[in-house]
Write a protein that binds this ligand. Structure first.
Ligand SMILES: O=C[C@H](O)[C@H](O)[C@H](O)COP(=O)(O)O
Length: 222
């Protein structure tokens, strides 16, 4: 079996395991990405009243399986937000945004009482950012200015060519950042003029991580 097929089986397994952690008949926040896509296919079983989508892609997919998509402005708070991650560490801090949906993901997650991260074990890392570059959503006119600031922080920003976010902005993928204090760096990056949002989810990390490996799905909670 190819590595991709094997990884897809793990994503399917973690999506299945997540169902037990989600409320039946409620409204939940739904993230973006290939792992979440496996979950969305299973969500009709929960007979949800609706879901808040973190991207246009997720919105389309939720509608395709018959789940009502609720605007965030119609919702006071959510019991649960569920999403994948590009990397997650032992503090349940994450890097997200590989699919470019980080800003809406962070917004929807911010109104949720609980963040559940679903991933395969390949996403579990000792230190964030060593293998996966940190995505940052940037206002287009600020691309070079933000890039220069990121270089002074030790990063090597790469412009994600041909990609436009759901919000009409661009993504810089920042390599070589030494992320020793993810909470502090998340704030520091947000302070750069022109940055809309960065892919560190540390101030609000996950409350529960479900991680699928060859021996099953393990749970790590805070
Ligand atoms: O923008 C994309 C999101 O942050 C995803 O949660 C992240 O990239 C993980 O995606 P996947 O489940 O496809 O690995």
């Amino acid at each position: 079996m190819s590595d991709t097929n094997q990884q897809n089986l793990l994503k399917q397994a973690v999506a299945q395991a997540a169902l037990a952690h989600l409320p039946k008949g409620g409204v939940i926040g739904v993230g973006t990405g290939s792992t979440v896509n496996f979950l969305i296919d299973l969500l009709p079983q929960l007979k949800l009243a609706g879901a808040v989508a973190s991207s246009k892609a997720t919105e389309d997919r939720l509608k395709a399986v018959g789940i009502e998509v609720v605007e965030l402005n119609q919702v006071g708070s959510l019991d649960v937000y569920i999403d994948g991650a590009d990397e997650i560490d032992r503090h349940l801090h994450m890097i997200k945004g590989g699919g470019g949906a980080l800003t809406r993901e962070k917004i929807v997650a911010s109104v949720a009482k609980r963040f559940i991260c679903i991933a395969d074990e390949s996403k579990w890392v000792e230190q964030l950012g060593r293998a996966f570059p940190l995505p940052i959503e940037v206002i287009p006119m600020a691309r070079s200015a933000v890039g220069r600031k990121l270089v002074t922080l030790g990063g090597s920003p790469a412009y994600r060519q041909g990609f436009v976010t759901d919000n009409g902005n661009l993504i810089l993928d920042v390599h070589n950042l030494n992320i020793l204090n993810a909470i502090a760096l998340e704030s520091e990056l947000n302070d750069i003029a022109g940055v809309v949002c960065n892919g560190l989810f540390a101030k609000q990390g996950a409350d529960l991580a479900l991680l699928a490996g060859p021996n099953g799905v393990r749970e790590v909670s805070r």
